[in-house]
Structures are given as C-alpha cells and as structure tokens.
Design a protein around this ligand. Structure first.
Ligand code: C2G
Length: 130
C-alpha cells in the first residue's frame, strides 16, 4: 500500500485541483489531503470563500481522496509524513523545492506541473467582471 500526501486550500474547487489530486493518487494507492484551516489560510495571506468544513466536505467527495485532515502550520509536514506512514509527498510545481529540506530522506518528493489557465484567484477576478 503506497501512501501519498498533498497539501492545499482547495477553495472554489476547480479542474486544476482535481487534476492534481488525480495525478497524486495515480502515484500510489491511498491519498491523504492536508487541508489548510481558515486560521492557517490567514497565515498564508489567503481568505477562502468556503470555510474549512465546506472545503473538507467537497474534497472528501472526490473519488481520488481517501482522507482529509487539517493543516495548521508550515512545519507539520514531517510529523504528518510519519503519522500517516507516507511514501510520497506531492505538490504542484509552483512549490518546487520549497519543502525538500523539511522532507529530505523522509519520503519521495514529487512536484507536478500545474494545470495552466485556471486558479481560484482567476475565478474570483472573472466573477467580479461578469
Ligand atoms: N494546482 C494545480 N493547478 C492549478 C491550481 C492549483 O496543480 N491550476 C495545485 C497547486 O499546485 C497545489 C494544489 O493544486 O498543489 C492546491 O492548490 P491551492 O489550494 O492553491 O494550495 P496552496 O494555497 O498552494 O497550499 O503547505 C502547502 C500549502 O498549503 C499549499
């Protein structure tokens, strides 16, 4: 059983998110999504449209996802990798290299190409126009 983990806010769920989760799951058999809490989003300088519980319910409904748990701070990744017995850490390549130091030697580290032309920020901007 190969166990994969990834992190994110997953606000205004879109096909870029789904494509990341689909490819992450394809790297193993079990996918843990560590979902940014509303408080941690404030630390990241993000304000999600949907609160944590709604974002959690939506991500849990995705066929590729096996478990959703909260992300509270930048430094919990090594503990999460041990706690959930993780083999592979995956993120979109906007994060390339950012977590290598923290996770070196604990698990495989994979950065996948982002899906172009879609982002939560873009959706928010487009909606304001229409
Ligand atoms: N993503 C993607 N393609 C897009 C948009 C997002 O592949 N067009 C990926 C991101 O690279 C990330 C995941 O989808 O791996 C979730 O994106 P966000 O919700 O924006 O996550 P982020 O705020 O980057 O949180 O500790 C890490 C942070 O929690 C990452």
């Amino acid at each position: 059983m190969k166990r994969v983990i990834t992190y994110g806010t997953y606000d205004l769920l879109h096909y870029g998110h789904i494509e990341l989760l689909r490819r992450a799951k394809a790297l193993g058999d079990y996918l843990v999504v560590v979902l940014s809490s509303d408080e941690f989003n404030a630390v990241k300088g993000k304000r999600a449209y949907f609160p944590y519980e709604e974002r959690k319910a939506m991500v849990e409904a995705i066929r590729y996802v096996d478990l959703v748990v909260p992300e509270y701070d930048w430094d919990q990744k090594p503990d999460d990798v041990k706690k959930y017995d993780i083999d592979v850490f995956v993120m979109g390549d906007d994060w390339t290299g950012k977590f290598d130091e923290q996770l070196e030697g604990l698990c495989e580290i994979v950065y996948l190409p982002r899906t172009p032309e879609i982002s939560t920020t873009q959706i928010k901007q487009d909606m304001q126009i229409r």
